[in-house]
Design a protein around this ligand. Structure first.
Ligand code: ASP
Length: 309
């Protein structure tokens, strides 16, 4: 086995039509800065021997709090002009998992997903029930003044004005996620999203679905996805990558590339971040770009946005 790193953290902030020149310079700088801060937050935990699960939660919280990403603060609007957030976490040690869908008032949905995992007998809670669980467990609540960003409302209006449906390829995605391998050799994954602009009818994407957008298994690796969720659900992307690694002996990066190609053949776009039990990690995507970053004990932080970086 090629030796990997002692500890590794990979993060993403969404995939989509992300090309040189499409971002204002201050926007690009802010996105790079946020990805670097997310890497710092997780690395601070992993460096001192902390758990992969803690690291992915810490990294995702930084991105949820940053309005440049479609999760937590800055989540996209539903067709009715509401915010309905989804999140999931999975611990590769035990394959314990927790997830929420359609939550409307939790500042950090990733932490709520973790509470579902650790403090309820369930894996996935939805909508009013998930909101109620959040209040009962005293997670920090956030109102419209925190979660809603004017630019996201403008994007909804634009989508409606164009008569576009939610698969419009011009609409960037922007989900966030993290995967980590800690010094003890355990892996974990977390994903958080507002979903897609203009979603209706209680639509749920891949992010909170264990196996589709999020998966972690110490025997295989950890995966967090972003992109056109319906296709990721149909290709069961995150679990498929882990199954290729565990059952077919593929390294996790080759498994990721093959699975993205398979998902792409169905017509989907997007990408994944992955880390293997040996600490080797990275990404694979078929979209123009993907907000992403990586750090490990033997590599300084790297942040990239565009396909050719
Ligand atoms: N995969 C997410 C969803 O379908 C969207 C995204 O990645 O931005 O809800």
């Amino acid at each position: 086995m090629v030796s990997g790193a002692d500890w590794t953290l990979v993060v993403h902030g969404g995939a989509g039509i992300i090309e040189q020149g499409t971002l204002a310079p201050e926007q690009e700088a802010a996105i790079r800065d946020a990805l670097a801060r997310a890497l710092d937050a997780g690395a601070a935990i992993l460096r001192v021997g902390g758990a992969a699960l803690d690291a992915v939660e810490a990294a995702v919280k930084v991105l949820e709090d940053d309005p440049h990403f479609n999760s937590g603060r800055g989540s996209v609007f539903t067709y009715e002009g509401r915010i309905e957030m989804d999140a999931a976490v999975m611990d590769g040690r035990t394959r314990d998992a927790g997830a929420v869908t359609g939550v409307t008032a939790t500042r950090n949905p990733v932490s709520l997903a973790r509470r579902v995992m650790e403090d309820s007998p369930h894996v996935l809670l939805s909508r009013e029930g998930a909101d109620r669980f959040s209040r009962e467990r005293e997670l920090e609540q956030a109102g419209a003044d925190w979660l809603e960003i004017a630019e996201r409302r403008r994007q909804l209006e634009e989508l409606k004005a164009r008569g576009a449906d939610h698969f419009d390829v011009d609409m960037k995605y922007g989900t966030v996620g993290a995967v980590a391998r800690d010094k003890a050799g355990h892996v974990a994954a977390a994903t958080s999203t507002g979903g897609i602009t203009g979603k209706r009818w209680g639509r749920i994407g891949d992010s909170p679905l264990i196996g589709a957008g999020t998966y972690a298994d110490d025997r295989a690796g950890a995966v967090s996805a972003t992109g056109s969720g319906e296709f990721f659900i149909r290709a069961v992307v995150a679990h498929e990558i882990c199954a290729r690694a565990r059952l077919a002996g593929q390294d996790v990066l080759s498994a990721a590339r093959a699975t993205i190609a398979d998902m792409g053949a169905l017509g989907g776009t997007g990408g994944v971040i992955v880390v293997g039990p040996d600490g080797r990690g990275g990404w694979a995507f078929n979209s123009k770009g993907m907000y992403r970053g990586k750090v490990s004990n033997d590599q300084d932080p790297v942040v990239a946005l565009f396909g050719e970086e």
